[in-house]
Design a protein around this ligand. Structure first.
Ligand SMILES: Nc1ncnc2c1ncn2[C@@H]1O[C@H](COP(=O)(O)OP(=O)(O)OP(=O)(O)O)[C@@H](O)[C@H]1O
Ligand SMILES: Nc1ccn([C@@H]2O[C@H](COP(=O)(O)O)[C@@H](O)[C@H]2O)c(=O)n1
Length: 196
């Protein structure tokens, strides 16, 4: 049985940083599922067709990480047919041996409800905005309102809204360095692997 770790949480909380480190440390595959929604939005045209025809080249575009792509992604992510078009790929990815780490918004609740470990990564709005602003070289106040708008849309949508799975472990990274946050996640993964 592949070892699957589901990581969810609001924008810029540190999900991807933790997911990459866990995958590298535990030698698991990693999928940043937000990229699928960003690529669908940036591809343009009818979003359902874009999601159904997404190819590897769409995931390599240099403009996927922008704040605009994030906003556009959260709009098309509310369309049930877009989500449905992306489910199968994510589930197949998760089942590759020896296992995988997937990060997103609905991994623990919808995509991989049987994951061995579910982490819900959070940080205060201000900390998230400061980190993302530093990463993009952008203004923290503008980023703060962009993150809040995106989180609200992601939490309020009818299908697969952003929320912690009932059995998720909440990891608040507000006062943790990257090394401290990763260490806590690795400890949780080792407990899950040992069946504790
Ligand atoms: N514990 C931490 N301490 C300091 N900086 C951090 C920490 N965790 C993540 N970061 C930084 O915060 C930024 C956002 O982190 P990351 O991209 O991992 O978040 P995310 O939740 O995956 O974002 P998104 O929702 O956009 O996919 C990055 O620049 C990352 O280096
Ligand atoms: N499992 C997921 C992953 C992402 N989304 C939507 O995509 C937007 C961009 O995601 P990032 O992780 O790259 O910031 C996000 O705001 C969500 O709207 C999703 O719905 N489900």
């Amino acid at each position: 049985m592949p070892f699957v770790i589901a990581i969810d949480g609001p924008a810029a909380s540190g999900k991807g940083t933790i997911a990459r480190a866990l995958a590298s440390r535990l030698r698991l595959h990693h999928l940043d599922t937000g990229l699928l929604y960003r690529a669908t939005a940036v591809k343009g045209g009818d979003p359902v067709t874009a999601a159904r025809t997404l190819g590897p080249e769409d995931l390599e575009r240099p403009d996927l990480r922008s704040a605009e792509a994030g906003q556009a992604a959260s709009r098309i992510a509310a369309i049930p047919e877009v989500r449905a078009a992306l489910v199968e790929f994510q589930r197949r990815f998760a089942l590759q041996p020896p296992g995988a780490v997937l990060d997103g918004r609905d991994i623990g609740t919808v995509i991989c409800p049987d994951a061995a470990l579910k982490l819900y990564v959070v940080a205060s709005d201000e900390v998230r905005a400061a980190r993302r602003a530093a990463e993009l070289g952008a203004d923290a106040a503008a980023i703060l309102s962009e993150l809040r708008e995106r989180d609200r849309r992601d939490s309020e949508r009818a299908v697969a809204p952003l929320r912690p799975a009932e059995d998720a472990l909440v990891l608040d990274t507000s006062d943790l360095s990257i090394e401290e946050a990763v260490a806590q996640a690795i400890a949780a993964a080792e407990r899950a692997r040992a069946g504790a």
